[in-house]
Ligand binder design. Structure first.
Ligand SMILES: Cc1cc2nc3c(=O)[nH]c(=O)nc-3n(C[C@H](O)[C@H](O)[C@H](O)COP(=O)(O)O)c2cc1C
Length: 236
């Protein structure tokens, strides 16, 4: 049975759109018989990485900081697929960045050169073979989300693990208003989760359905600008 470990990095946790999209993705994975566990990065007490490489060159594979990362390490080692739920925060929420920095003890300190760059790999006791991104943004274009996609892709490549793609939902908040399309999107998100577990990949058509525009580009910008105009009017 495929084991999934998911981290939701949204500051709004279970009130956010990342939760809605990530939950649908994980439901799809469960439908395909995977076991799923999710944590909210913000709910955990995770201090920033000390940056002193003790986990690489002194106590290899161990972090000397005693906080909630301790309970995450065994779960991360056992997972087959790591799912990162990240809202776009220009580029990503701090709690998530903190947590990802603290993954260093899982990485073997052997530097290798392949695909034109210096890279590492996970220790042999880490089962993760795929990393997938589930992301929501507020602006219109999914291209606005590229930095986080590249970040997660680089991270996967750097530890020699497959990057299984990015489930991207731009202007996610409009799924509430455009209910019919919103449902279509969420059912495609569920399908994406099931596809990844059953077929090992998410089809490009499914990803396109998930990221489909819900409104015209200019209209979205006009709506944001109108909210700001009213807020300014009210506060002056
Ligand atoms: C600090 C900050 C920066 C943001 N920057 C962007 C951005 O560059 N592009 C974008 O599409 N959305 C941006 N957003 C909007 C969020 O990505 C969007 O509202 C997302 O759905 C929030 O996830 P949540 O509902 O789980 O909190 C930003 C939000 C915040 C709070």
């Amino acid at each position: 049975m495929t084991k999934i470990f998911a981290i939701n990095g949204s500051a709004r946790m279970d009130k956010g759109y990342t939760h809605i999209v990530l939950s649908a993705f994980l439901e799809g994975m469960e439908e395909a018989n995977a076991t799923v566990e999710t944590v909210f990065a913000k709910r955990l007490k995770i201090r920033p990485c000390l940056g002193d490489f003790q986990c690489w060159f002194e106590k290899v594979g161990e972090c000397i900081q005693k906080d909630d990362m301790e309970s995450l390490f065994p779960k991360l080692r056992e997972a087959d697929i790591l799912v990162l739920g990240i809202p776009i925060y220009f580029p990503l929420p701090g709690e998530m960045q903190n947590l990802l920095n603290r993954l260093m003890p899982l990485v073997e300190p052997i530097l290798e050169f392949h695909d034109g760059r210096t890279r590492t790999k996970f220790h042999d006791d880490v089962k993760i073979s795929k990393i997938v991104l589930v992301s929501t943004g507020g602006w219109w274009e999914k291209e606005n989300m590229t930095l986080v996609v590249q970040f997660v892709e680089h991270m996967a490549n750097d530890v020699n693990v497959e990057f299984s793609g990015a489930v991207l939902r731009p202007h996610a908040f409009l799924m509430d208003e455009y209910k019919e399309k919103g449902e279509e999107v969420l059912s495609a998100v569920r399908r994406a989760g099931a596809q990844l577990v059953r077929e090992g990949r998410i089809s490009p058509e499914t990803l396109d359905t998930i990221s489909q525009p819900l409104i015209a580009e200019e209209e979205l910008r006009a709506r944001y600008n109108e909210v700001y105009r009213k807020a300014k009017e009210y506060s002056s």
